[in-house]
Design a protein around this ligand. Structure first.
Ligand SMILES: NC(=O)c1ccc[n+]([C@@H]2O[C@H](COP(=O)([O-])OP(=O)(O)OC[C@H]3O[C@@H](n4cnc5c(N)ncnc54)[C@H](O)[C@@H]3O)[C@@H](O)[C@H]2O)c1
Length: 441
């Protein structure tokens, strides 16, 4: 392995210097040679497209924007992963036109019990999705670059998993957390692993087969999501489903940056475990077999899947399109001073017999996430700007987001922390379920 790595490194250096002075035609030929070489050697020669595209790059932006040396880049050491469990070489599958050999095969029942669901991003949504999948004895790995996020996620899971399982009559699965991507990809439940109600630091298992599904719960930024997904996709086992939980970004927007968009799809959760519906939508390339398989697995963990019909792309999927209109007018009413958050929610609760109104819901989601999602809608649908959607959104950013008042996750939001606490008491009195409140989020 060492000599092979040296060989690869030497070849890459040569490629860099040759390509820096080559015409596009020669460069393209070199890429093909590199692909063939990587395939025949059974290793990945040029995982980093940057290597071939930007020969002088010595650093690479980490997903949240900081520049770190390549040696410290979280994906830099992937070659040390066990070759038994490592996925096949990048170009070996992507360059081939023979899709029959690559068709997606569903994980077996044994796989589902041993291989984890990997959640990328342990924030407001990631930890909740982790709880739901873990509530049916499934192993779950939570990966995040932030120790604080993992700490809060661990508290949330420890506080809620056992109670949620008791309510459902199920047993908790093994949940582990890590900031190390290599560990995240090579962990799982090994025979004899204790099943506990708490999340633990992950341990690296050389024999682990890797996740059967990876769900990205990263902040709502197309650039960030594409960056992470395009790097992680070839580190995952070949039949690993790649799911995005984005609220407003279609996986069809991410597909062009991936080499295997056939296993990528949107799985849009709401605020689980309180909300059990999940919308599924194709990346326009997704293998059709994934939908019925995933729908069955979701039902087994207590979720209710709803699939956008094949061939249709809908920004905001189903519910978020409707919710977006509601959010826009709510923000306009607030920004114009027509009513206060408490007034709007009182009217809404009364009319719909709803538990919460739009302002409390937006505080639950996080006003930063709301702002990003709404901004993306405006950019994708210019007629929204003509309808005046930008002004109330700017008001939200100025009055709340820029001041760090993001709602539930920071304390104050459209409602103050005290007002929300009073509303929570009221909800409990009204017999709404306590376990789904955003403890630890
Ligand atoms: N909040 C909601 O109610 C809600 C509902 C449905 C869907 N969503 C979607 O879920 C996604 C996540 O939203 P959220 O509210 O959980 O956001 P969040 O900001 O609470 O959490 C994002 C997490 O990602 C982590 N992260 C950032 N960069 C990372 C990287 N490079 N690698 C690994 N982890 C990284 C952050 O540390 C953070 O913990 C968004 O796409 C959002 O649109 C949110």
């Amino acid at each position: 392995m060492t000599s092979l790595s040296i060989h690869i490194s030497t070849t890459n250096t040569l490629l860099r210097s040759v390509m820096a002075n080559s015409s596009p035609a020669v460069a393209s030929k070199l890429v093909r040679v590199a692909r063939n070489l990587s395939t025949s050697r059974g290793v990945e020669l040029s995982k980093h497209r940057a290597l071939l595209c930007a020969p002088r790059a010595r650093t690479r932006p980490l997903c949240h924007g900081t520049l770190i040396p390549r040696s410290r880049y979280p994906f830099a050491n992937y070659r040390h992963l066990s070759t038994d469990s490592a996925p096949p070489p990048f170009f070996a599958t992507s360059a081939s036109n023979d899709t029959s050999a690559q068709r997606w095969r569903p994980p077996t029942e044994e796989d589902l019990n041993e291989r984890p669901v990997l959640i990328i991003g342990a924030g407001n949504l990631g930890r909740r999705i982790a709880l739901v999948w873990a509530s049916a004895s499934r192993p779950v790995t939570l990966y995040d670059v932030s120790h604080d996020a993992l700490k809060a996620a661990t508290e949330y899971i420890t506080d809620n998993l056992a109670e949620y399982c008791t309510r459902r009559g199920t047993h908790p699965g093994h949940v582990c957390t890590t900031t190390d991507l290599r560990v995240a990809l090579t962990t799982g439940r090994l025979e004899g692993t204790k099943v506990e109600n708490e999340a633990h630091e992950c341990e690296l298992h050389s024999g682990a087969k890797g996740p059967w599904m990876a769900i990205e719960c990263l902040p709502e930024s197309l650039e960030l999501k594409v960056d992470v997904l395009s790097h992680i996709e070839h580190l995952l086992p070949r039949n690993c489903i790649l799911a995005s939980n984005s609220s407003s970004l279609q996986t069809a927007e991410m597909a062009p940056s991936l080499h295997h968009p056939e296993r990528l799809l949107n799985t849009h959760y709401f605020i689980p475990p309180r909300n059990r519906m999940v919308e599924l939508m194709s990346s326009s390339h997704t293998y059709e077999e994934i939908f019925p398989f995933l729908a069955v697995q979701m039902k087994r963990v207590g979720l209710t899947p709803m699939i956008v019909p094949a061939g249709i792309q809908s920004q905001g999927f189903i519910f978020n399109r409707i919710w977006a209109a509601c959010k826009r007018e709510t923000l306009a009413v607030l920004a114009e001073g027509v009513a206060k958050p408490g007034d709007i929610d009182a009217l809404f609760r009364d009319f719909f017999h709803a538990e919460k109104g739009p302002c409390e819901r937006m505080d639950d989601v996080g006003l930063d996430t709301i702002a990003k999602v709404e901004q993306h809608y405006i950019e994708q649908r210019p007629n929204l700007r003509e309808l005046g959607a930008q002004k109330p959104l700017d008001w939200l950013k100025r009055e709340y987001v820029e001041k760090g008042n993001l709602g539930e996750k920071t304390g104050d939001g459209l409602f103050t922390a005290e007002e929300r606490a009073a509303l929570n008491v009221r909800h409990k009195e009204e017999h709404y379920q306590a376990v789904e409140e955003t403890t630890g989020a």
